[in-house]
Design a protein around this ligand. Sequence first.
Ligand code: KG4
Ligand code: ZN
Length: 358
Amino acid sequence: MLVLGIESSCDETAAAVVRDGGEILSSIIASQIEMHRPWGGVVPELASREHLEKIDPIVRESLTKAGVELGDIDAVAVTQGPGLIGSLLVGVCYAKSLAYGLGKPLIGVNHIEGHVYSVAFENPPVTYPALALIVSGGHTNIFHVPEPGQYKVVSRTRDDAAGEAFDKVAKMLGLGYPGGPIIERLAQNGDPTKMKFSLAKISDGRPDLSFSGLKTAVAKYMRESCVSPQATDEDPRQDIMDLAASFQATVIRSLVGTLEKIAVELRPKTLIVAGGVACNLALREAAETTSAKLSIPVYFPSKHLSTDNAAMIAAAGYYHLSKGESVDLGMTADVTMRLQNLENEDAELKRKKVKYRL
Ligand code: KG4
Ligand code: ZN
């Protein structure tokens, strides 16, 4: 069965053709990073206009690369949310017209579920229950997945997503955008023990995460120790590389420490670490150490499947299709679409006061 996946939730226009949810025939990604770089972040209006320009040629390219015609496609899967409204609408409207024109089923996929399915291509099949750390520029959650399609949030960030923290700290250090890969590169020559940043402590004791205090701690350190930002990310100074390494180590300690704590309690059969920040090799190494310690295998997507792509959307779409699930043409973009579908006593938990020990 061939599923055409379409992703346009943020700043990547992507299309992919996937066979039976596990074989990528094509995966085309048009990144807008260069366009947004001068602004130091994604400009929503520019993003949606660019998606409009790119969506048709990208879908056509994905079909050509896969060696298939539109008529060969069995279903269309598109990211329904969460994401930027203007960006999401481009993909959703395009996918609806295509599904209608072809008379084929349409599946509205949750972008975060897409990241969970990004491990479907290069790893053995996931054994359930699984524990999935999805860590990207917009999201940071740990999901308990007792069986396919069942999600319970067991940890989430109370403020910034981890990738967002990488991007903001990079900006403070005078580095480019997106910050994650630059911080990782600089951290390789920095001393991660040089600056001691504490992990946020959540006052209600839940295993949640918080990164905005860490960002403030980096700013405070720069101010008090008179560390000026770099003029460019070329030829970085030692103090900037030490800060990058210390910041990165703290984020990883927080993410993997929390994953490990929850894994000890829930004893899943598989750990999944996915999303843009999962490109980070130091994060992967830390997760692998935890995996070895607990004797629970950890699955990652390869780098090009860690950041936003449409193959993962097609894979998640295939799963829903195989359960006989599809949506009608009344479906629309859902900016705040949630993935959790299992009851959790935390579900209604509002933003609580976070205590920091800095
Ligand atoms: O999954 P993604 O492509 O988009 C969202 O759904 O948000 O993730 C993008 C995020 C950015 O914040 C970027 O800085 C971060 O992933 N990122 C990294 C690395 N590569 C990308 N963070 C840390 N280390 C990396 N190597
Ligand atoms: Zn994403």
